[in-house]
Write a protein that binds this ligand. Structure first.
Ligand code: NAD
Ligand code: LMR
Length: 341
C-alpha cells in the first residue's frame, strides 16, 4: 500500500499551485469563499482569483465583502468576482458552486486550544451548512474553520438532517499540516522544498496531527532524536504562529496558500484530473473512528478512493492509536451539537 500512495502523493506534489497544469474542460468552476473578508479569506481570495481554473469566485462574509470584491475584481485574471454580504445573500453566493471553501469564524489567541473556539464557530458552520444543503447540495465543501475535528462532523450532520449528505463531498482542510511538514523537513534535510512530500494523517489539533516521517519523498532517514523533535514541532506549529502573532490571530498567509492549493486540487478533480491530497474525511481507514485524515484520491465526485495510512512505523502506529479516542471526543461533540439543536 505504501508505495502506490507515495507515488500518487509525489504526483500531487508536482501539481496544484506548485505547477498548475491547465487543461480546460467544458466545465467553468464556481468557487464560493465564505469568510472572504477575514485574515485567511483575503489572501485566499487573492490566490483563487489568480487560479486559471476558477471561472467564478463568489465572496461571502458578514462584513466588508464589497471592498474585498472590488479590490480583487481589478486583477487581470479571468475569474469573475461577485460580492455577497450577510445571511440574505448567502444563498446566491453558494448556489451552483462546485467548490465551497469555509474559513468563516474566529481564530485562537495565545493560551487557547482549537476546541476553545467551538462555542463560537460550531454555530457559524452549522448555519452555513444549512444554506449549502438547500442551495448547493452537490458542491464539494472544504472546511478550514476550527476546530476542524468537530466542524466537519457538524457540517456532515446538518447535511444528513437535510437528506443530502454525501461523505465524498465534505472535507476538513489539513493541507497546512502537510505544507508545514514539507517546509520543516526540507529545511532540516536540505531538500528542495517544492519536491518534498510528507503525508500527514489523523486530524487537525495537537496529538491528532500525525506526520508520517517514514513515508517522506524523497526517501529520507531520520534519527530517533530528529523524529522526537520534529513530530511535536509539526503538531504545535499552529500554536507557534498564534504565540508569535501575540493576540493578532493565527496562521493566515500559510493557510491561504494551503487552502488555495487544496481548492485547486478539488477543482482539478472535478475536471477529471485525479490527484491525491491528505484531507480529514468520513473514512474507514482506521478502526474505531468515523473521520480520519489520510491521503485520498480526488476526482469528479470528490473523494474517489481513500488510500489509507499505508505502511507506518511502530512510533507512528502508537500516535495513530492515541489519536483515536481524542478524535472520537471531538467528533461526538460536533454530532451532539447538531443533534441537540
Ligand atoms: P478572521 O477573524 O481574521 O476572519 C474570519 C472571518 O469570518 C471574518 O471576516 C468574519 O467576518 C467572518 N465571519 C464570521 N462569522 C461569519 C459568518 N457567520 N459567515 C461568514 N463569515 C463570517 O479569522 P481567520 O484568521 O481568517 O481564521 C478563520 C478560521 O480559520 C478560524 O477558525 C481559524 O482557527 C481557522 N484556521 C484553520 C486552519 C486550518 O489549518 N484548518 C488554519 C488557520 C486558521
Ligand atoms: C493552524 O494550524 O495554524 C490553525 O489551526 C490555527 C490555529 O489555531 O493554530
Amino acid at each position: 500500500m505504501s508505495l502506490p500512495v507515495k507515488t500518487l502523493v509525489q504526483a500531487a506534489a508536482n501539481s496544484g499551485l506548485r505547477a498548475v497544469s491547465v487543461r480546460h474542460s467544458s466545465q467553468a468552476p464556481k468557487v464560493a469563499l465564505l469568510g472572504a473578508a477575514g485574515g485567511i479569506g483575503q489572501p485566499l481570495g487573492l490566490l483563487l482569483k489568480q487560479d486559471p481554473l476558477v471561472a467564478h469566485l463568489a465572496l461571502y462574509d458578514v462584513v466588508n465583502t464589497p471592498g474585498v470584491a472590488a479590490d480583487l475584481s481589478h486583477i487581470d485574471s479571468n475569474a469573475k468576482v461577485t460580492a455577497h454580504t450577510g445571511p440574505k445573500e448567502l444563498y446566491a453566493a453558494v448556489e451552483n458552486a462546485d467548490v465551497i471553501v469555509i474559513p468563516a469564524g474566529v481564530p485562537r489567541k495565545p493560551g487557547m486550544t482549537r476546541d476553545d473556539l467551538f462555542n463560537t464557530n460550531a454555530g457559524i458552520v452549522r448555519d452555513l451548512a444549512a444554506v449549502i444543503a438547500k442551495a448547493s447540495p452537490k458542491a464539494l465543501i472544504a472546511i478550514i474553520t476550527n476546530p476542524v475535528n468537530s466542524t466537519v462532523p457538524i457540517a456532515s450532520e446538518v447535511l444528513k438532517k437535510a437528506g443530502v449528505y454525501d461523505p465524498k463531498r465534505v472535507f476538513g482542510v489539513t493541507t497546512l499540516d502537510v505544507v508545514r511538514s514539507q517546509a520543516f523537513v526540507a529545511e532540516l534535510k536540505g531538500h528542495d522544498a517544492s519536491k518534498t512530500v510528507v503525508p500527514v494523517v489523523g486530524g487537525h489539533a495537537g496529538i491528532t496531527i500525525i506526520p508520517l516521517l517514514s513515508q517522506v519523498t524523497p526517501s529520507t532517514k531520520f534519527s530517533e532524536e530528529e523524529i522526537a523533535k520534529l513530530t511535536p514541532r509539526i503538531q504545535d506549529a499552529g500554536t507557534e504562529v498564534v504565540n508569535a502573532k501575540a493576540g493578532a490571530g493565527s496562521a493566515t498567509l500559510s493557510m491561504a496558500l494551503a487552502g488555495a492549493r487544496f481548492a485547486n486540487a478539488l477543482v482539478r478533480g472535478i475536471k477529471g484530473q485525479k490527484n491525491v491530497q491528505c484531507a480529514y474525511v468520513a473514512s474507514d481507514a482506521v478502526k474505531g473512528v468515523e473521520y480520519f485524515s489520510t491521503p485520498v484520491e480526488l476526482g469528479p465526485n470528490g473523494v474517489e478512493k481513500i488510500l489509507g495510512v499505508g505502511k507506518v512505523s511502530a512510533f507512528e502506529q502508537k500516535l495513530i492509536d492515541a489519536s483515536v479516542p481524542e478524535l472520537n471526543k471531538n467528533i461526538a461533540k460536533g454530532v451532539a451539537f447538531v443533534k441537540g439543536n
